[in-house]
Structure formats: structure tokens, C-alpha cells
Design a protein around this ligand. Structure first.
Ligand code: COA
Length: 150
């Protein structure tokens, strides 16, 4: 999807959107930390938020996170669209953490590649340590990925 259909609107989130955004993120068991309206973009249809995503900013890097599309609107390219927009406005090396091969493939198609935990900055290691340790213990397929240069 290079352009959104006319009835859909991509816009920056406001503080009034945070209730819906929190619900979207928590329902999918995604990282509930740093959910700040200034960092979020949403796709709206007829006044309702149907997708969201955010950039968390660290000293030397950014993290793509909280990418969610409401179930009934999936597989139409909206997840790719919001991700691509966040990539376009990102200005640091862009990392993400994802669980499972389907998501890994999804992000690989967009331009991310897997990286080893040991190779990322101490700041990001701190951010990803808890989930990485848990995933190791539970043998879950958790991946840390970085965007190949824009
Ligand atoms: C991942 C997600 C954002 C994709 O949104 P989308 O609008 O359906 O994505 P697009 O239409 O642009 O692309 C479709 C691709 O998404 C991926 N996808 C679709 N549903 C998925 C799901 N439930 N889990 C993982 N990946 C999924 C597939 O790779 C699919 O490609 P395929 O057609 O080859 O199977 C959406 O499935 C979602 O909200 N999942 C739950 C929240 C989540 O896991 N977010 C990612 C956190 S890292």
C-alpha cells in the first residue's frame, strides 16, 4: 500500500487517544512502558482508531514499538503503512523486538535484519534485558532487529 485509501487518515496521536492506544497495546500483550502520546501515530477510520505505532527515543537509538492493527482490519497493508511512516520519520538507528517467525518475516520484508543482543548498545541491552532473559528461559523465539540503512 503506497497510499492510504481516502477514508483512512494517518495522524499524530493526542493525549485523548491514549485510552484507546493503551487498550490496543495491552490486549496484544505488548510492552506497556513508555506509552506517550507525542511518540504515537494512529490510523483513523470514521473517527475510530484502528491502528497505532510509536517510536521510543533513546540517547543514540530509537525503538519501533506498539505496532497494532485492530483484528478486523489486518492483512490490508495498514501495519506495513504505519511502520513505513515511522521509519520515514525516524532519525537514529532503529531497533525493534518481536516474538515469532511470522513477525520476524513481516519486519524483514520491510527492511529489518536480526542482530545479536551482545552487539547492541548498553542502553538498549538494558531496555531489552528482561524480555530477552525471559525468552531465553522459556525458549521463545524472540528477535532483536535493526533497520538496514535508509
Ligand atoms: C503485526 C500486525 C501489526 C500486522 O498488521 P497488518 O495490517 O495485518 O499487516 P499488513 O497487512 O501490512 O501485512 C500482513 C503481514 O502481517 C503479518 N501478520 C498478519 N497477522 C499477523 C499476526 N497475527 N501475527 C504476526 N504477524 C502477522 C504477516 O506477515 C502478513 O503477511 P502475509 O500476508 O505474508 O501472511 C498485526 O498483525 C497486529 O496488530 N498483530 C498483533 C500485535 C503485534 O504483534 N504487533 C507487533 C509487535 S512487534
Amino acid at each position: 500500500m503506497t497510499e492510504l485509501p481516502r477514508e483512512y487518515r494517518l495522524r499524530q496521536a493526542t493525549s485523548q487517544d491514549m485510552g484507546v492506544i493503551r487498550w490496543l497495546v495491552l490486549k496484544e500483550f505488548l510492552d506497556p512502558t513508555q506509552l506517550r502520546s507525542q511518540q504515537f501515530w494512529v490510523i483513523e477510520l470514521k473517527g475510530q482508531i484502528i491502528a497505532c505505532g510509536q517510536l521510543r527515543t533513546f540517547a543514540q537509538a530509537q525503538e519501533l514499538g506498539s505496532i497494532v492493527v485492530q483484528k478486523s482490519y489486518r492483512n490490508q497493508g495498514l501495519g506495513t503503512y504505519v511502520t513505513q511512516h515511522l521509519i520515514d520519520i525516524s532519525n537514529y538507528p532503529l531497533y525493534l523486538e518481536c516474538l515469532g517467525n511470522q513477525l520476524k518475516n513481516f519486519y524483514q520484508r520491510i527492511g529489518f535484519v536480526e542482530v545479536d543482543f551482545e552487539t547492541i548498545s548498553p542502553e538498549l541491552q538494558q531496555k531489552f534485558r528482561v524480555t530477552s532473559t525471559l525468552a531465553n528461559w522459556l525458549r521463545l523465539p524472540l528477535y532483536i532487529m535493526v533497520l538496514k540503512k535508509k
